[in-house]
Design a protein around this ligand. Structure first.
Ligand SMILES: [Mg+2]
Length: 226
């Protein structure tokens, strides 16, 4: 029944969140003269969530949120050198090589031809395009969708665009909140491939039981289902 399989990219096809978490640690250490690290962490997450409707996801939004948090917790006395360091942290992530998850390309190779493959990811448009190009995976995909949000309505738009019924669509991704729950709710199939770190804002509690859902230990396990 499945005709199209859509893959999330960050932390599903290639590593991403681990780079952000390493950078966060540097930022917490940079600010610890002002506040304990765990308090800086809480403040940064608050800024990021407040800024999501305005800035969306991705590295540029993350950089702006680090700068804004630094300003707030220093009562606007943060030294210029600190701001320059923060911008440098963001640029470092932008320049990271694309590191694929084990088996990702093999899975795409196996499924191409049997299904139409789609990449459906959030983040900065330019950064995701750059990563896709660097990954060398572009030719496996029939369609690339860089989304500003992954909510039920965003997936409905995507399947309408692809001329599909919900049950003909399957999503594969690491985020229960963004890749799995909205797709199940709109009537699609969803395969969860957990990644070892999850951004606090993407965490979801509890187990999912659903006839159109499966949890995979790793991406190659997808081939047992489709
Ligand atoms: Mg992801």
């Amino acid at each position: 029944m499945i005709k199209v399989i859509a893959f999330d990219a960050d932390d599903t096809l290639w590593h991403n969140e681990s780079f952000f978490q390493e950078t966060e640690k540097k930022f917490f250490a940079l600010m610890e003269n002002y506040l304990p690290q765990h308090t800086v962490a809480r403040e940064l997450l608050k800024t990021e969530i407040d800024n999501l409707p305005l800035y969306g996801y991705g590295i540029k939004a993350f950089m702006l949120s680090m700068i804004e948090t630094a300003m707030r917790i220093t009562d606007n006395t943060v030294p210029n050198e600190t701001i320059i360091k923060i911008i440098g942290y963001g640029r470092e992530i932008l320049n990271q090589p694309v590191v694929m998850l084990d088996g990702a390309e093999e899975v795409l190779k196996e499924l191409k031809g049997r299904y139409k493959l789609v990449m459906a990811t959030k983040g900065d448009l330019l950064d995701q395009e750059r990563k896709l190009k660097k990954s060398g995976l572009e030719h496996y995909f029939h369609h690339i969708e860089i989304m500003s949000e992954k909510k039920e309505d965003d997936f409905r738009k995507l399947i309408k665009h692809l001329d599909l019924q919900p049950e003909e669509f399957a999503m594969v991704g690491n985020s229960l909140k963004s890749d799995i729950l909205p797709v199940l709710n709109m009537g699609g199939h969803a395969f969860h491939v957990p990644y070892h770190v999850v951004w606090a804002h993407e965490r979801v509690e509890g187990e999912i039981r659903h006839e159109r859902f499966a949890r995979l230990d790793s991406l190659p396990d997808l081939l047992q289902y489709v």
